[in-house]
Design a protein around this ligand. Structure first.
Ligand code: FAD
Length: 388
């Protein structure tokens, strides 16, 4: 069979608890998400209520400490990967991006924030009642994080924030903003994280139209003399760069898991089509040129999924395999790019029509290859980590 499940090489690192979790998430997605993604994407939004429902299922709290309303005991990184794969199965990238933004916005608060800050911010986020976004990228550049310009100047017991962030996922709807700011000198040693409540005076937000991820809002956010209490500092002043970089590791692993789930969705839809569609007197799947496309796609999907499991296993063992995570992200997004292209070729004109899962996945390839660390940055980071 060439369906979504059969295309995933079985993982040697998972057990019954992972299988149970996959069934739980799949049931939730089939019931609450899959039937609606086309309409939500066309409407440019999904119901806010979905965050609360996802929290009740354990999706929002997954991996976060119980002390703040999370679900950590008995779970590991493979539960996160399974969540990402299942949320990506409907083939609408805006859904996991918008529903799970706290997965990049909250970890700095949990890892570095004061106990008071954690107790204030995390429980409502993990209950799906409040939304949090991560604000790193600026109009002057996203890759060169060490040179970001948004400045927070200490004045007594407050910081005054001025600057601009852009391409921020959930930037319009978020209640809390985890903002990378410059508090010190130029370069990586002058950066900090600051928690900014989005309703503070001087915060203004503008929505951005984009190629894909329509149901996930994306915003430019301006900070104009925004006063923030000093206790909103996340971690030590001028020690934020390490936190920014550490936050990328899980983001990249999760993006790789999503990209490979999208790849499997492409192969599944192309295979169903190729078996049904006749051309020149026989099903498309019986033409050698088409069969070879499938062989190429399946080979790439299985190889990359095995690499995903290897990287996740190392993370579970306590390693931070930066080079492998970077290479994995590139491999996964190139696999998605290849599968989206070949699936479109196999499905032909129908693949160009709205409502076809592959049409949307094709439009959403680039954001996976650019966001969270672009191909060029990932390849160079890996090469440098490997001593070149
Ligand atoms: C839909 C969407 C959602 C996003 N959500 C968020 C979010 O929630 N929070 C957030 O902070 N950011 C977010 N981003 C931003 C994303 O992380 C950045 O787009 C990404 O990091 C690249 O930054 P940039 O777009 O400024 O490109 P640039 O950094 O300007 O780079 C442009 C191109 O030049 C290449 N390049 C740059 N430097 C080098 C080099 N040294 N060598 C070779 N090539 C190089 C890059 O690979 C890229 O191809 C989002 C982006 C998109 C599109």
């Amino acid at each position: 069979m060439l369906d979504f499940d059969a295309l995933r090489a079985p993982s040697p690192h998972t057990n019954e608890s992972h299988d149970t979790w996959r069934r739980t998430v799949r049931g939730f997605v089939d019931r609450e998400i899959a039937p609606f993604v086309d309409a939500w994407d066309e409407a440019g939004a999904f119901p806010r209520e979905l965050h609360r429902k996802a929290a009740e299922t354990g999706l929002i709290g997954l991996g976060f400490p119980e002390a703040y309303g999370g679900v950590k005991e008995g779970t590991d990184v493979f539960h996160s990967i399974i969540a990402m794969e299942e949320l990506s199965r409907p083939g609408a990238g805006g859904l996991p991006a918008g529903l799970m933004t706290h997965g990049i916005g909250l970890p700095p608060v949990i890892a570095l924030g004061s106990e008071v800050l954690k107790q204030r911010i995390a429980p409502p986020v993990l209950a799906g009642e409040k939304l949090i976004a991560l604000c790193v990228t600026e109009p002057s550049g996203g890759s060169d994080v060490a040179n970001l310009r948004t400045r927070a100047t200490r004045k007594g017991d407050r910081y005054i924030v001025n600057g601009e962030k852009t391409y921020i996922t959930t930037g319009l709807r978020a209640d809390y903003l985890t903002v990378a700011v410059r508090t010190g000198a130029e370069g990586a040693g002058g950066l900090s994280f600051l928690l900014v409540e989005a309703d503070r005076e001087g915060v203004s937000r503008t929505g951005l139209k984009k190629m894909g991820w329509w149901m996930s809002d994306t915003a430019s956010i301006h900070f104009d003399d925004v006063e923030v209490p000093a206790e909103n500092l996340i971690g030590e002043e001028n020690a934020g760069f390490a936190g920014i970089v550490a936050n990328f590791n899980m983001e990249r692993l999760n993006m790789a898991a999503q990209s490979l789930a999208f790849s499997r969705a492409c192969v599944e839809d192309a295979a169903a089509w190729a078996r049904e569609r006749n051309a020149f007197g026989k099903p498309l799947s019986k033409h050698q040129a088409i069969r070879h496309k499938f062989a190429d796609m399946i080979r790439m999907v299985k190889a990359a999924t095995t690499y995903l499991d290897h990287c996740a296993w190392r993370v579970r063992e306590g390693a931070a395999p930066v080079a492998d995570l970077s290479l994995l992200k590139v491999q996964a997004t190139r696999t998605m790019e290849f599968c989206a292209r070949e699936a479109m070729q196999i499905i032909g004109g129908a693949s160009y029509m709205r409502g076809c899962r592959v049409e949307r996945i094709y439009r959403e390839v680039r954001v996976m290859a650019i966001g969270g660390g672009s191909e060029e940055i990932m390849n160079d980071l890996a090469a440098r980590q490997l001593g070149l």
